[in-house]
Ligand binder design. Sequence first.
Ligand code: 5RP
Length: 220
Amino acid sequence: MLLTQDEKKQAVAKAALDYVESGMVVGVGTGSTANYFVDALAGIKHRIDGAVASSVATANRLKERGIAVLDIHAVDDIGVYVDGADEATRHLHLIKGGGGALTREKIVAAVSRQFICVIDDSKLVDVLGQFPLPIEVIPMARSYVARELVKLGGNPFWREGFVTDNGNMILDVHHLNILNPCELETQLNQITGVVTNGLFAHRPADVLLMGTENGVEKLT
Ligand code: 5RP
């Protein structure tokens, strides 16, 4: 029987519990796979110290399930961060930000000792860039940043009507063939007005758990 994409997401979310140790603070990402992880985490909530959320939506879901949400300023150690991705390579480089939470996701990932990325196998690619790369921009800089992105060969679209948790805007950049994710991540961060870009290359995942027809595959 073929598994659905959601069943694969559920399987990896559950598998990520193996990385959660007693007394840990757990970083939690954003999106449907991260939501399944929140549901799984609720089953062991008495064993953890609490969670740090990468978005308002995730904080709300954690609270609804009785999991303590901690302020990131109040913790000096996040043992593990669990989050999904829009695309991933076998080098564990990622595109994230389909849900628009990329900046907070990058911050929680930076603070965390281990980043466990949870995906279904439709997200695995050889080269990043089929999925439009999300870039969070300061509202005033939107048109300027878009022009700079065109110079780099991209085709940016404003995600109209969407405001990030930080009060900013998202440009989704199409037609990028990302052969050197580290270089492009750095280059995009140099554009004035860019807050963050959705490439997770300088801080890739440490472990990629991928839901497949044959179970959960682990890539490191
Ligand atoms: C949100 C993200 C998500 O991790 C990404 O969009 C994947 O989402 P899903 O688990 O729903 O497929 O980066 O900003």
